[in-house]
Write a protein that binds this ligand. Structure first.
Ligand SMILES: Nc1nc2c(ncn2[C@@H]2O[C@H](COP(=O)(O)OP(=O)(O)OP(=O)(O)O)[C@@H](O)[C@H]2O)c(=O)[nH]1
Ligand SMILES: [Mg+2]
Length: 208
C-alpha cells in the first residue's frame, strides 16, 4: 500500500481501518496526532498553508481494542485552494489507494468526517468530501460514519457563543440523520482521551 508513514505501517486484512476526511484545516491531522501521539510524521497545517498531501495510514496502538490493530488514515482535503490539476491528482491518488485497499482485502471500518463547529454550516465541501469518499468505497462495503466537530472552546463555558455552537450541533444532527443517529455526531476536544472516545464510539455504532 502506498502512503505509509515513516513507521512503515502497512494496513492488512483484519485491521480496523478508519478514514479521516473533511475540508482543509478541519482538524483531521490534529485528531490523528492526539490519537497516536507516538506517530512522528503527522503534518499539522498552519492557518493558511496546505497541510496533508497524501493518504497516510498511521497505527494508533493506544486505541487498540481487542486483537485488531487500529489504523487511522489521514487524507488530504480536496478543496484546499491548491492550483492546477492538484485536486485531480489527489482524487486519483485516493482512488488508487482505495482500489489497492480493496485488492488487499482491506475493509474500511469507518469514516470520521471532520467539521469545525465555528463554521456556520455544512457547506458544499460536505458533498464534495463525503460524497466523493462514499463513491470511492466499494458498493458492497458496509461501514460506520461519524461527524466529528472540532474547535470547541476550552473550557466549555456556557456563554452565548457556546450556546450558539450547541444550537449548531443540533442542526448538524438533523442534517446528519440520513447518515447516522444523533449519537454519531460527536465533539473532539483535542485530547488523547477525547480521540479515544470518538474512535470507540464509532466502533460501537452499527454498520450501515
Ligand atoms: N482550537 C483548536 N484548534 C484546532 C483543533 N483542531 C485543529 N486545530 C488547529 O487547526 C489547524 C489545522 O489543523 P489540521 O489538523 O492540520 O487540519 P487538517 O484537517 O489536517 O487540514 P489539511 O491537512 O490541510 O486538510 C492547526 O493549527 C491545528 O492546531 C481544535 O479542535 N481546536
Ligand atoms: Mg491534515
Amino acid at each position: 500500500m502506498g502512503g505509509s508513514s515513516s513507521k512503515g505501517v502497512k494496513p492488512k486484512a483484519g485491521d480496523v481501518i478508519i478514514l479521516l476526511i473533511g475540508p482543509p484545516g478541519a482538524g483531521k491531522s490534529t485528531f490523528l496526532k492526539e490519537a497516536a501521539p507516538e506517530a512522528k510524521d503527522v503534518k499539522i497545517g498552519c492557518t493558511l498553508a496546505v497541510g496533508t498531501e497524501a493518504v497516510q495510514p498511521v497505527e494508533a496502538p493506544k486505541l487498540k481494542l481487542s486483537k485488531s490493530r487500529v489504523i487511522l488514515v489521514d487524507t488530504p482535503a480536496l478543496n484546499s485552494g491548491r492550483t492546477g490539476n492538484v485536486e485531480v491528482d489527489i482524487l486519483n491518488h485516493m482512488q488508487k489507494w482505495m482500489s489497492q485497499a480493496k485488492n488487499a482485502n482491506l475493509k474500511i471500518t469507518g469514516l470520521l468526517y471532520f467539521h469545525k463547529i465555528t463554521d456556520t454550516r455544512l457547506n458544499e465541501s460536505f458533498s464534495l468530501h463525503y460524497g466523493t469518499l462514499q463513491a470511492l468505497l466499494p458498493s458492497d462495503d458496509t461501514h460506520r460514519a461519524m461527524l466529528v466537530t472540532t474547535m470547541w472552546p476550552h473550557p466549555e463555558v456556557a456563554d452565548a457563543r457556546y450556546q450558539k455552537y450547541v444550537n449548531r450541533e443540533e442542526a448538524l444532527q438533523q442534517r446528519w440523520q440520513s447518515i447516522g443517529p444523533p449519537d454519531s455526531v460527536v465533539r473532539f476536544r483535542k485530547t488523547h482521551v477525547s480521540a479515544k472516545e470518538v474512535v470507540h464510539g464509532l466502533l460501537t455504532l452499527s454498520n450501515r
